[in-house]
Design a protein around this ligand. Structure first.
Ligand SMILES: [Ca+2]
Length: 598
């Protein structure tokens, strides 16, 4: 790798660096600390400043001081997104062309489909570390468990990491029989046990504060990556957080989607004409649910909301600490979610078949199934598609899919070097793979073409430095485009246009075209009206697939989904009347049977 001198930095980087205010002893501008906080499976509209009713005062304060991005994209699930985050390039290049858990038979052994962050890319964290940054990580990794794949190997000087994709928040109980005990590392060593008072969100925050504290005397800048598990299922909460939202979701998911939509327009997150996605075909009208079902289902959202607020609380602790040690003003903050909200009941998907090893594993390890035990150790609850579509208001579908609800995520950038109006909103097209080249440019480090003697793939992401310096609204021009593929679903976005292919029942096994400026809810397929545009975008898809060696999988986790779901029918409010009419009561003033005559 090469560290470039300031003489070769772009003009924008120089502006950003020079504007930091602080100066080191030698007169060199001091590079900013970088704090990158990732929420796992949190929805686009959950935090207050994006239109949610969940209390997130600390994230909201960050948003008020910085910029909210309303066109930020990730992959449709955890590990593909994280591979793009660290490599600055597409997941099919970086090793996560498919999730490790679902690599298809025809993808096995193919470079780009290793299921871990592979050696054809360099983690930007290695480059930051060699460029003079302290590099710290606390939280979920999900990019490989072998010694050459763990956070220490990919650039983190200090770490406290959950290597799995999910697990208990209280102990090492894993989610499946293939990973029965969660694997953790601390400073590159595999852990035998967790700290006595372990609670994921709190412990990750404590560890990060201790890492920063341990080396702050030497004056080097630090990169701090806090990869929260929250609010990924299972929803686990400390006792005093369990009742925080009691009764607040009795209003139901239909009314709440409308409320959020209105609030998002008020805040300017959405334009005044933005529409709401069609109801998911397997979500019931709230009004159609029996009272006991409503109470049970609302409880799930109460727990989710408390989990998001709890995460916000711990984000606040980290920010308070940075203020206390006088580093807040010299720190650049990024906060984002890694993919759409989770609408699949993963526990049921893994363990739902009696007689399987995972069913037995769940019976033994995840036995607390009564609603009164939800949130406590060994309970395993998630909120399902009805609430996931609330979290993703106004978008369609959820995590796992390439409709906007799977990939369109909240992003806040604030702090040192951000020369934009406080509280502003940017609708430029930005992608998670832009973060690596952006942070390297801010640190004055150039991405190399070889690393430790091996060639590495170029970063496809585009730096945000000019945008953060206030020179542009986004890194992409009108002709630039983004592509996606996971589990056979495919998408291309160029400007306001999106071409999308999804299998039945979530799509129609064919390409659909959407104008996202007018139709963020993806309700109106314009493919038949705009055949030339479809052809032009298809050429981009071919280019995307070729450049990134996209191999469509011959097996997918959703291959039997159509058999399991009800057929798609048009949704009409109040239809059929049989289910929605109120019971008939004879008018009081009309004559009734005279019982005295009997
Ligand atoms: Ca995730």
């Amino acid at each position: 790798m090469r560290i470039i001198c300031t003489g070769t930095l772009s003009a924008a980087a120089l502006v950003a660096l020079a504007s930091l205010g602080a100066a080191q002893a030698g007169g060199e501008p001091r590079r900013p600390n970088i704090v990158m906080i990732v929420a796992d499976d949190m929805g686009f509209s959950d935090m207050g400043m994006f239109g949610g009713e969940i209390r997130t005062p600390n994230l909201d304060a960050l948003a008020r001081s910085g910029v909210r991005f309303t066109n930020f994209y990730c992959g449709p699930s955890c590990s593909p997104t994280r591979s793009m985050l660290f490599s600055g390039t597409d997941s099919h290049v970086a090793g996560l062309g498919n999730m490790d858990e679902w690599v298809a038979p025809n993808q096995r052994g193919v470079p780009g489909y290793e299921g871990v962050l592979n050696q054809q890319v360099v983690s930007f964290v290695n480059l930051l570390r060699e460029g003079g940054y302290h590099t710290y990580m606390a939280g979920k990794w999900h990019l490989g468990k072998q010694p050459d794949q763990i956070p220490r190997a990919r650039g983190f000087e200090r770490d406290f990491s959950l290597l799995d994709g999910a697990g208990s928040y209280f102990d090492m109980t894993g989610l499946s029989a293939s990973s029965p005990r969660s694997i953790f590392t601390e400073d590159g060593k595999y852990l035998e046990e967790l700290p006595g008072d372990y609670y994921a969100t709190k412990t990750y925050t404590d560890k990060m504060i201790s890492f920063i504290e341990s080396s702050r005397a030497d004056g080097k800048p630090f990169f701090a990556y806090v990869a929260h598990q929250a609010p990924h299922d299972p929803y686990h909460l400390p006792d005093d957080w369990l009742r925080k939202y009691e009764g607040q979701y009795d209003v139901g998911w239909d009314a709440l989607r409308e409320q959020r939509l209105a609030r998002m327009k008020e805040l300017g997150i959405l334009g005044a004409e933005a529409n709401l996605a069609e109801r998911l075909l397997y979500v019931t009208f709230w009004s159609d649910l029996a009272p006991v079902a409503r109470a049970t289902v609302a409880r799930k959202m109460e727990l989710y909301a408390a989990l998001v607020e709890n995460m916000d609380y711990h984000v606040g602790r980290l920010i308070d600490y940075l203020k206390r040690i006088d580093e807040y003003d010299n720190t650049l903050f990024l906060f984002f979610a890694d993919n759409g909200a989770e609408g699949t009941d993963v526990a049921h998907m893994i363990a739902g078949t009696p007689g399987t090893r995972d069913y037995l594993f769940y019976v033994v390890n995840w036995s607390q199934t009564h609603p009164n035990a939800w949130g406590r150790p060994h309970s395993n609850v998630s909120y399902g598609p009805g609430w996931a579509q609330v979290s993703m208001t106004p978008f369609r579908q959820h995590k796992g899919w390439l409709a906007e609800g799977g990939i369109h995520c909240p992003l806040v950038v604030a702090g040192a070097g951000v020369k934009r109006a406080a509280g502003s909103i940017d609708d430029g097209l930005v992608h998670v793979m832009d973060i690596a080249p952006t942070l390297l440019e801010i640190a004055g480090v150039e991405p190399p073409s070889t690393y430790q003697g091996r060639p590495v793939q170029r970063m496809q992401g585009m730096s945000w430095v000019p945008m953060l310096a206030g020179e542009t609204d986004g890194p992409r021009r009108e002709q630039d485009w983004l592509g996606w593929e996971l589990w056979g679903s495919r998408a291309i976005r160029q400007g306001k246009w999106k071409l999308l292919w999804q299998p039945r029942p979530m799509g129609e096994d064919c390409w659909a075209l959407y104008d996202l400026a007018k139709d963020p809810g993806e309700r109106r397929d314009l493919a038949a009206e705009e055949p030339e545009r479809v052809q032009q975008l298809l050429l981009l898809w071919d280019e995307y697939a070729k450049v990134n060696n996209v191999i469509l999988p011959n097996r997918t986790p959703f291959e039997t989904l159509e058999d399991q779901l009800p057929p798609r029918v048009p949704v009409d409010e109040g239809y059929p009347p049989l289910k929605f009419k109120k019971p008939f009561v004879p008018p009081k003033e009309l004559p009734r049977e005279d019982r005295s005559e009997r």
